[in-house]
Write a protein that binds this ligand. Structure first.
Ligand SMILES: Cc1cc2nc3c(=O)[nH]c(=O)nc-3n(C[C@H](O)[C@H](O)[C@H](O)COP(=O)(O)OP(=O)(O)OC[C@H]3O[C@@H](n4cnc5c(N)ncnc54)[C@H](O)[C@@H]3O)c2cc1C
Length: 610
């Protein structure tokens, strides 16, 4: 046991906590930290994964993705076969480790664009989240190393009128962030080609509108060069607290409720958990249970506990404790397609770390000694664009009209979905929010020639119309739920990716980027629309930004939690993680999830008077 707060089964089993947090991930650890600031409050955290420390597959930024398919760090889950993605069953990457997905993600740090994370729910608009977004982060010198600004002829503050970059940037928060100072040879021509295609450099991307080109920060400590996980930011610094207990390797199997005769609501009184797949144990709670098991884990625990769609629960033989039909519905994610390029000789990309052993050895030594250099590097140039910047007006209007017709024909559209479609259609028509994101990966994913350097250009739908679900398939809590994101089942999402791909093709023909491209290796050659759609379906990937399965909206509309994060029909069970985000967010979502955690802790403290 590495610190006083690391608990063992004997200390946890049968104990009573003021608060039990299920899931020691991105949001869960932020909440555990804030609630245990008051030493009179006992907080217990149950995490299915283990504490992994001093591990290069987590700490070293350039090792990104190397831990994604390893059960030491990840739940080894996958989707059900996806008809919209050529029938493929696709990996679902999510952390099973203390720190959750913050220990597996690509470290990109971009904040919520200026709109609510839920259907205009009170208290969850951009202005309300901003104090929490800035509370989380530490930004040493926001613009000093901004490579987007450095390589652009000019930059503009495109954010909300009146919001300066200083207001939207935090100082002294637990998550240290930094700009990647390493630039591959692809970055300068890439930035310039986008500028030439009229995507302006946005010098204020954190000011509520990320449109244009900008350099995201990374959740990487600029001094040590190490990734900052939720564990590093929120747990390690307070691990000596006596009133904080963390049990790892403990998978929660059920929340235990009793009826509250006064309100008719259900009261959470404890949780059951299984340790390393072994026996079932229990812990009790006197104040609240906070469910932070992520977009896949949270609905599964709710259903196992009898909170969900009564019909589904009855079929599985689970007594329905509270009928909340929206549990597990409304799953959405950013879906990406990619084009792969071979660079002309002499262009240095991250492939050089693989193909040049001397360079690798020198950089490894530099990183080990100083925490600087190519092992801290990552691609951070992002472009967020509304569709009306990429398409002519008649084409877009005709597509939106046919989308509207399709959506209104849908017979089974629930209240929540109908409301979201209304909101998303409004965004499309107004054309001021980003619909597509473009990302550069300066390393080969497809590398036919081991001596050459490659790069990949990706585009992803930010406000998809496709919606899926996560539901348990049996009463066995250790069996993975059925994860069905229904990728690309709405034709408009396919059209969006097609538009993004055609934009990438234009970019690749634009100077100075075109001068560094030797050839497009995948898909090979020019494809007609039909063939390209086939390619997109066969090769699209998840953005690993799963959201929405415990959406914030009223029960009547099909939501799961209210704006104070309480699960409908319960008096002391809250959800605080990515699952509450009801409408897709056009951003990489870790900062938003941390902010949800911070805001949840503030709400809980305020309501309970501590
Ligand atoms: C590969 C990848 C790349 C990404 N890249 C980026 C990026 O570059 N930038 C960005 O902003 N975002 C990125 N994201 C997204 C972001 O990291 C996640 O959306 C965010 O971390 C989710 O936080 P969470 O608190 O909702 O869930 P998590 O952090 O996943 O936490 C959930 C925790 O609950 C635990 N748990 C689940 N079920 C149980 C149970 N029954 N009992 C006990 N514990 C349980 C899990 O083990 C986990 O630790 C990426 C995600 C992935 C997976």
């Amino acid at each position: 046991m590495s610190s006083p707060s690391m608990s063992d089964i004997h200390a946890f089993n049968g104990a009573t906590f003021d608060y039990i947090i299920i899931g020691g991930g991105t949001a869960g650890l932020a909440i555990a930290n804030r609630l245990s600031e008051n030493k009179d409050i006992n907080v217990g955290v149950l995490e299915a994964g283990l504490l992994v420390e001093n591990d290069p597959l987590i700490d070293v930024p350039r090792n990104l993705a190397m831990n994604n398919g390893d059960p030491k760090y990840a739940w080894m889950s996958s989707t059900s076969p996806q008809p919209g993605a050529a029938g493929r069953s696709m990996p679902v990457i999510r952390g099973k480790i203390l720190g959750g997905s913050s220990a597996l993600n690509y470290m990109g740090w971009s904040t919520t664009p200026g709109r609510p994370v839920a259907n205009n729910a009170g208290g969850w608009d951009w202005n309300s989240l901003l104090p929490f977004l800035t509370k989380i982060e530490d930004v040493p010198a926001p613009e000093r190393d901004d490579i987007a600004v450095k390589f652009s002829a000019s930059s503009e503050h495109i954010g909300r009128p009146g919001v300066s970059s200083d207001i939207a940037v935090g100082k002294g928060g637990p998550v240290k962030t930094s700009h990647s100072v390493i630039t591959t040879d692809v970055v300068p021509p890439y930035v310039k080609a986008w500028n030439a295609m009229d995507q302006k450099t946005n010098a204020n991307p954190f000011g509520g509108l990320p449109n244009g080109l900008y350099s995201a920060r990374l959740s990487v400590d600029p001094q040590t060069g190490k990734r900052i996980t939720a564990t590093a930011a929120y747990y390690t610094p307070v691990s000596a607290r006596e009133n904080l207990k963390v049990l790892t390797g403990a998978q929660v199997t059920r929340i235990i409720f009793k009826p509250d005769s006064g309100t008719g609501k259900r009261v959470a009184v404890g949780v059951e958990f299984s340790v390393q797949g072994g026996g079932i144990y229990t812990a009790s709670v006197s104040k609240e249970v906070v469910l932070c098991a992520g977009t896949i884990g949270t609905p599964a625990i709710l259903e196992l506990s009898g909170v969900g769609d009564k019909e589904l629960l009855t079929k599985l033989g689970i007594p329905c404790v509270v009928n909340v039909p929206g549990v597990g519905q409304n799953l959405h994610d950013h879906t990406f397609t990619h084009a792969h390029f071979k660079a002309v000789p002499g262009i240095r990309t991250f492939d050089d770390l693989q193909k040049n052993p001397e360079f690798r050895a020198a950089e490894q030594e530099r990183y080990n000694k100083t925490g600087q250099g190519w092992f801290t590097g990552n691609d951070t140039i992002l472009i967020f664009s509304p569709l009306n910047k990429l398409l002519d007006e008649p084409t877009l209007s005709a597509k939106i009209q046919s989308l509207e017709a399709t959506l209104s024909l849908k017979k089974n559209t629930s209240g929540l979905l109908a409301r979201q479609y209304e909101i998303q259609l409004e965004w499309l028509k107004k054309g001021n929010l980003p619909h597509l994101e473009f990302i550069l990966f300066s390393a080969g994913v497809v590398k036919p020639d081991p001596e050459a350097s490659y790069f990949m250009l990706a585009t992803g739908v930010q406000h998809p119309f496709s919606r899926g679900s996560v539901h348990i398939q049996s009463t066995d809590p250790l069996q993975q739920p059925v994860i069905d994101p229904c990728y690309l089942t709405e034709e408009f999402d396919v059209f969006s990716l097609l538009t993004g791909f055609r934009t990438i093709e234009k970019l690749a023909q634009t100077s100075p980027l075109k001068e560094i491209i030797a050839e497009q290796v995948l898909p090979p050659g020019e494809l007609g629309d039909e063939e390209l759609v086939q390619y997109i379906r066969q090769s699209c990937t998840s953005g690993s930004h799963y959201m929405g399965t415990a959406s914030m909206a009223s029960l009547e509309l099909g939501g799961v939690v209210s704006p104070n994060l309480k699960v409908h029909g319960t008096s002391n069970l809250r959800v605080a993680d990515a699952s509450i985000i009801s409408v897709p967010v056009a951003a990489h979502i870790q900062a938003t999830v941390y902010a949800i955690g911070e805001k949840a802790a503030a709400l809980i403290k305020a309501e309970n008077g501590h």
